[in-house]
Every structure is written in C-alpha cells, then in structure tokens.
Ligand binder design. Structure first.
Ligand code: BTN
Length: 240
C-alpha cells in the first residue's frame, strides 16, 4: 500500500487561523516558491522537491511522500530583535509536536537547527530572510528506509513510532504558532532542552576553520557560546 496523501482540507480546518496551508505534489523548493510569492502566514508543503535546499548551501533530498517537507512565512517586523532565535524556537516547537504525536519524549535539539533522535538527525530547519519577510523551511524524515536517508547518521520518525503525517503537520503548525508568539519566554526552554550545551564540541565554521571547545550556553541573539568565543553559523559535532 502506498503512503497516504496529505489531507489538506482537514489540515486547514484544524490549524490556527493564522496559517493558510497548500500542498503541491512537486516543486523545486518550497523556500523558493514562498520567497517569490510572499505573504505572511502561508505554509507550502511539497510531496517532492527537485532542488530541496539545506543549510550552508547543501541539498536536502527526500523521495516522494517519504518526508514532511514544508516552508512557512512570518512577518519579519515581529521578530526584528530575534532573527537568530526563529529557527531555534521553531525547532523547539517541532520537537514538542513530534513528542506529543509519538506520546513519548524521543526528540532532542542540537544547536542550531537539527532535531535528533538517538543521536541521529531526524529533521533540519532553514531560516531565510528577504525584503518581504522570513521564510522558514522544515524537512523531517518520516518513512525513508536507512538506504534512502542521505547520511548514515540519520533516522526516520517511522523507525520509532507510528506516524499520521496530516495529524503531525497540524500539531506542528499549532505548536509553531503558539511557541513563536512567545519567543522571549521560550528562549530558556530551548536552552534547557538543547543537547549541545555542556558538551565538548567540534565546530566547523564557514571559513573552513574547525575548533574544539566546550559549549556553555546560547547568547541573547541565539549564537552558541563556547568557552573561548561565540559562533553564529557552523556545523557542530558533539564529542562528549
Ligand atoms: C538542513 O538540515 O540543512 C535544513 C533542511 C531544510 C529542508 C527544508 S525542506 C522544506 C524547505 N524547502 C527547502 O528547499 N528546504 C527546506
């Protein structure tokens, strides 16, 4: 039996009114689509992206219907002082929704934008800004087999729990709405749940530099505080 299609009407009925959800079978990237046709509160889900984008100009590829890949738009004037926090708090909201859907606490957060289960990557978040607003993209591995995942150290949600993608999307969007509306209060909740804090990490910076240091916190701008410096962008590996 194939994977059930997303129930777009039921989704729109059950999500907070702020969101307007559309589903497309195929596109290049939901990030590109929403950036060129911007209106705050839009959600575009793609069942397949031919040029899905990850952070740091990487690809993000998922076979048709095997993930939950979508972007949403936000009015940037509401987040002027918190741009750095939007992807982090979005991750917190998605982790909460997935844990609720699973009925167990399985998802953890790795700075900046990864959702982790059993130390493996479940989902990633990409936050971009243009002159009209913010476009946040979320890609969650749902039904991929181990062979279909892009890296060995990745996991699909269906390996851990039964998934109803439409219900999960409803829970995620409602949690995103509530959590992003309360960003100041949620900063400390993110800090409490971020696995990276307290770990010795290796950080690969966009300059190519790799540093090893202890992660001690998250700054008021959402940067990772290491013992000796702070970093705003980078790939982190938890060492111990
Ligand atoms: C990452 O882990 O590097 C971030 C991945 C973000 C992927 C999502 S899928 C929906 C949206 N459209 C894209 O092209 N990318 C984001």
């Amino acid at each position: 039996m194939g994977i059930e299609a997303l129930k777009v009407e039921a989704i729109n009925l059950k999500v907070a009114q702020y969101w307007s959800v559309s589903v497309t079978e195929e596109t290049t990237s939901t990030q590109i689509d929403l950036a060129s046709n911007f209106e705050a509160g839009k959600v575009l889900v793609a069942e397949f992206q031919s040029s899905g984008r990850g952070r740091l100009d990487r690809k993000f590829e998922v076979p048709p219907r095997k993930g939950l890949t979508f972007s949403f738009t936000l009015d940037s004037s509401k987040y002027e002082h918190n741009f750095g926090w939007v992807p982090l708090i979005s991750g917190l909201a998605v982790a909460r929704a997935i844990n609720k859907h699973a009925g167990k606490e399985i998802v953890e957060l790795k700075w900046p934008n990864d959702l982790i289960i059993d130390g493996k990557k479940l989902a990633g978040i990409l936050s971009e800004k243009n002159e009209k607003g913010l476009i946040v993209g979320i890609g969650i591995n749902i039904y991929q087999s181990q062979d279909e995942l892009p890296i060995e150290n990745a996991i699909s949600l269906s390996m851990k729990t039964k998934v109803d993608r439409s219900e999960l999307l409803i829970m995620i969007l409602n949690e995103l709405g509530a959590t992003l509306n309360n960003i100041e209060a949620e900063k400390n909740n993110y800090r409490k749940r971020c696995l990276t804090i307290g770990k010795q990490v290796s950080a690969a910076l966009p300059t190519g530099e790799i540093i090893e240091d202890l992660a001690i916190g998250i700054s008021n701008e959402g940067a990772l505080l290491l013992n000796t410096r702070e970093i705003r962008v980078g790939d982190i590996v938890h060492l111990r």
